[in-house]
Design a protein around this ligand. Structure first.
Ligand code: 6R9
Length: 695
């Protein structure tokens, strides 16, 4: 990318984006950070004296022994040698002990750790901190009995059930490294991740209902393990949670005989058939019934690995992002406390799957590190109908709610009555994560869901950052729709030009960070060189996010999206998000994606895909309207050349639009490369068919 792609700044934000929303007064009175001055004071300390700031936070956690060297030690500059980041090195602790035993000792034993809401609205459960501790100790003993040792990697491929959290904390308790793979990935993707991590064992479930679809998880795992074996990396043990109840001609005889003992077997398994390999496969409930409930935690070094999580990147082999024990614990808990303004009587619900970093940090570790009550939701936003989220909010009186812009946009398509028929008066903070949120969706979230009483927190972060890095604080930060606002404590952002100069004042550039925070990743598993090249090579001395951002005249940060999602029209740099925001303001449009497209004269032009709202129809007239809408909202140079109908957009399983594929559709190139991370491959054929004739 040439310098002028990032060096220049266009002031063409939308009218709505100029609106500022003060923190709700009701929140500021009781919140941890009461106003912007207090945020600024704390921020200054956090970056000026990280040891004092994080040291004080560390006091709330249990340490078996203190650090034996510098509180923080790092090198961010490839010219000075290898990249490393260490927090509290030499200190001994255990994160599962801190999530469980510590909270129980502090009197939270009978507090609900999680409400569990099944896919079926009638299917539910709950578990206290004491019960969770007991289950985790038992499963820790199960893992040990299967031969899992400290440092071994354990793959987890499970639906959103309590056992998933039990499995991850049990790994953490014995010092095994969990590698969770979202249970929507194919056998092939799963095997690739198991092989890369060289996993000793895997934990899964028989199957799961997602909406009205039945998924046979065990058969996906069986195929994955077959591939692992063929490639010389066999997995020794496979523990299977019985989540569905058997039918008449059910599974294998080996499986059958233990079914009666199973506490959760009450979901129909349809025609699901699962295979069984004696010696390798074991039922969770059978092993648990034999396991002792006492298990001393393994005291780990602060910098020992806690987990790895694969992040795809848009192309190439997935990277195993590695996080370590102490820094991640401090950072996930602290961001949770401040960003959701955690209060002891909260009922907190993050809709993300634990298979993604958002689920790791803000379903499990962040909330549990604070002794919070959370909701684990197995289902989807549309089952049985588009009111499910708000039904669940009403049912548990959820106070803090966290979801993705893509979910908000797809729910906006439906009549507001799906939201308003449920009581949402418990809600106080509404969060978003995963993509830039367009002002239209932000305002709907604020007005319709939050009834204008809630703080909206647009949290920017990455698998690599471990927790929120750019985000408002609910009681302190005045928000602007579409802006992730300001850095969290300990984060020092900068915007760089292509040749690495820091931009001061308003401008647009590469978003980088100048010093480490406790939650930053430590390496790419098994490939430290890739870690250095991906994040530190381009701009020595900085961690490079790969996202673009701009800073406005008030210092607010606006994430513009991945750098490769930029379009350069006749030398004018535009982020695809900007164009999409403009399109989505049209009444007929539910969702939009725009990509760069080659153009003889302009170099690049803009090609848009629009998904219409229910009842709207695609027509030449609409195309004209949309083009002129972008023209008037952003500027004449931004007018799209092509607008095509897209009944659905290609998305990853975590809901991110795969613009890489849309660029191929736009140029009618059927060589799509790796599509394994796509949630639904069938949308692609439709998109090829609907290409406009002139394109
Ligand atoms: C937490 C998570 C990271 C990428 C990141 C950026 C995009 C996430 C965002 C956002 C704008 C936000 N992203 N949050 N963009 N505003 N609030 O999503 O991690 O799956 O690793 O994705 O997501 O592009 O670089 P991950």
């Amino acid at each position: 990318m040439s310098d002028d792609r990032l060096g220049q700044h266009h002031h063409h934000q939308h009218d709505q984006a100029h609106q500022t929303f003060e923190p709700p007064k009701s929140l500021s009175a009781t919140s941890h950070v009461k106003d912007f001055q207090e945020y600024q004071r704390m921020y200054k300390q956090s970056v000026g004296d990280p040891e004092a700031f994080w040291g004080q936070i560390a006091e709330q956690f249990h340490w078996e022994s203190p650090p034996d060297g510098a509180f923080v030690n790092y090198n961010f500059d490839t010219r000075k040698g290898s990249i490393f980041i260490k927090w509290m090195e030499g200190a001994k602790t255990n994160i599962a002990y801190n999530m469980l035993d510590r909270n129980v000792k502090n009197g939270l034993g009978n507090k609900i750790a999680f409400y569990w809401e099944g896919n079926d609205p009638l299917d539910q459960g709950k578990i206290t901190y004491s019960e969770m501790l007991e289950s985790v100790c038992k499963f820790s003993n199960v893992l040990k009995s299967l031969g899992v040792k400290r440092g071994d990697r354990v793959a987890i491929y499970m639906p959103m059930i309590v056992e998933l959290v039990v499995a991850m904390l049990a790994c953490a308790r014995i010092g095994a490294v969990h590698s969770i793979v979202f249970a929507g990935f194919s056998s092939e993707s799963l095997s690739e991740r198991i092989i890369d991590a060289n996993c000793y064992a895997i934990v899964t479930a028989d199957g799961v209902w997602r909406g009205s679809k039945l998924l046979n998880l065990k058969s996906i795992v069986d195929k994955a393990l077959e591939i692992c074996k063929e490639k010389g990396k066999p997995v020794n043990k496979c523990v299977v949670v019985r989540h569905l109840s058997p039918d008449e001609e059910e599974v294998t005889s080996e499986a059958d005989k233990d079914v009666e003992d199973c506490p959760v077997a009450k979901r129909p398994c349809g025609k699901l058939k699962i295979g069984w390999q004696n010696g390798r496969d074991e039922w969770w409930h059978v092993l648990m019934s034999q396991a002792s409930k006492d298990c001393a935690p393994e005291w780990l070094d602060a910098e020992d690995p806690l987990f790895m999580l694969y992040t795809s990147g848009s192309t190439g082999k997935p990277k195993g992002v590695l996080h370590t024990v102490a820094g991640y614990m401090l950072y996930s808990a602290t961001t949770f406390k401040y960003v959701f303004d955690y209060q002891p009587d909260d009922v907190y619900w993050c809709t993300a799957d634990v298979g993604w970093i958002t689920g790791h940090s803000y379903v499990c570790y962040g909330p549990m590190g604070n002794g919070a009550t959370g909701v684990i939701f197995e289902g989807t936003p549309f089952y049985p109908d588009a009111g499910r989220f708000w039904n669940v909010v009403e049912k548990y009186k959820v106070t803090k709610f966290y979801t993705a812009p893509t979910a908000i946009r797809s729910l906006m398509k439906f009549d507001d009555s799906f939201v308003t028929k449920y009581d949402r008066s418990s809600l106080k903070v509404l969060g978003t994560v995963g993509e830039p949120i367009n002002p239209e969706a932000w305002l709907w979230y604020h007005r319709v869901v939050g009834q204008e009483n809630c703080a909206i927190v647009d949290t920017f972060w990455q698998t690599e950052t471990g927790g929120h890095v750019i985000t408002p604080l609910p009681g302190a930060t005045a928000t602007k729709p579409g802006s992730a606002t300001f850095p969290f404590f300990g984060i020092v952002p900068a915007l760089l030009t292509d040749d690495g100069r820091e931009i001061t004042g308003p401008g647009e550039g590469y978003l980088v960070f100048k010093q480490p925070w406790p939650g930053i990743m430590r390496t790419v598993f098994g490939n430290h060189e890739r870690f250095e090249t991906t994040y530190f090579k381009k701009f020595p001395g900085y961690y490079c996010t790969g996202d673009g951002a701009k800073s406005d005249e008030d210092g607010y940060l606006w994430i513009t999206g991945r750098i490769d999602d930029m379009v350069n029209v006749s030398g004018h740099l535009l982020s695809t998000a900007e164009v999409e925001s403009a399109l989505i303001e049209h009444d007929a449009v539910a969702e939009a994606a725009s990509v760069s497209h080659p153009h003889n004269i302009k170099g690049e032009c803009i090609y848009c895909f629009v998904t219409l709202k229910e009842g709207a129809t695609f027509s030449d007239n609409l195309v004209v309207e949309l083009k002129s809408m972008v023209r008037s909202k952003i500027g004449p140079f931004a007018q799209p050349d092509y607008i095509q109908n897209a009944p659905a957009l290609p998305k990853t399983r975590s809901g991110k639009i795969m613009r890489r594929i849309l660029r191929k559709v736009a140029v009618n190139d059927h060589e799509l490369g790796d599509t394994s991370t796509l949630a639904d491959e069938s949308v692609i054929d439709t998109l090829f068919k609907l290409r406009p004739a002139e394109a």
